[in-house]
Design a protein around this ligand. Sequence first.
Ligand code: NAP
Ligand code: G4F
Length: 322
Amino acid sequence: MSKRALITGITGQDGSYLTELLLSKGYEVFGVVRRSSTESYERIEHLRDRIQLIQADLLDQYSLIKALETAQPDEVYNLAAQSFVPTSWSQAVLTGEFTALGVTKVLEAVRAVDPKIRFYQASSSEMYGKVLEVPQREETPFYPRSPYGVAKVYGHFITVNYRESYNLFAVSGILFNHESPRRGLEFVTRKVTDGVAKIKLGLANELRMGNLDAKRDWGFAGDYVEAMWLMLQQDAPDDYVVATGETHTVQELVEVAFERAGLDWQKYVVIDPRFIRPAEVDLLIGDPAKAKAKLGWTPKTSFKELVHMMVDSDLARLEARK
Ligand code: NAP
Ligand code: G4F
């Protein structure tokens, strides 16, 4: 009999790649979508006839219990969150409700419906914030630098706590930044690759940016969802860092992206103080040794391949629209 999975955040970047992976493995896939006056199912449009969508919201405990009762999943992947760091300052309370307390609501639904369900929590390298160790490992203490990071620390520890308190198969995947052509347009990688494509096609003449010195460990979302799945296939629940082990500055990202389109970045990039954050995470670099050793997981896509893939995709998309 095929396994059943329920994904919260199925309409997001990771939700779409995870759905493709699980369908390829023969899973029956259920997705939680929240009610909106206009549907935003762009990333899963090509999968719509192969999945079942259930309306629920992380803010609404009863709707989550009903969703789990309907789907009767073997595995729950909790990917839903307010995931954009700057918005976590302008909507700090909402971010806490979705990104922190929302995790408890999904865990409570698991307990209520079937404690044998395996649970994955989408934790984040943003929890390391003002980093206390380089590179960051599973044991590195957290020092979050944004309301989003603080909320994710809550989500991580409530997952660990429910595992220890109720013996749930609950895991926390500490994923470093991962990107793709499906990344939201406000995140730095996609903002840059979309901006480059617009400049190349004569649709824009500058790109306004914030801090070019920040360093991130960027990987490909398509590679990272495999690590999520692997975590739920182990004999025992545990927490894992998922990263490439390489770090690059935002400026390097800009250089590689403009170069791919044959443009000189210095002619177009303008520093705009509006994009500087109240508190910055200066350096992220993960140590994926445990994921490699225990899950047999390794990233397949290099930084350059990732940026090229995203520039090429944005050029093709905008050219088609022209
Ligand atoms: P994303 O593209 O922003 O997707 C977020 C998803 O959450 C969307 O499907 C959104 O639905 C849903 N959502 C938000 N609030 C909700 C609510 N109240 N009820 C139900 N659904 C709600 O994020 P992503 O990049 O795929 O990331 C997936 C998860 O991994 C997030 O938890 C994120 O914080 C975490 N994470 C991401 C990264 C990364 O680099 N991408 C790294 C570490 C951790 P709508 O379509 O309705 O808005
Ligand atoms: O792409 P970003 O907005 O991602 P950030 O803040 O690292 O968060 C992402 O990764 C986390 C994992 O560590 C996830 F948990 C989270 O959900 C999200 O997916 O910004 C990356 C860096 C920052 O240092 C920012 O200051 O890029 C810098 N940056 C410089 N100029 C900019 C810009 N970021 C954005 N979004 N826009 C700019 O114009």
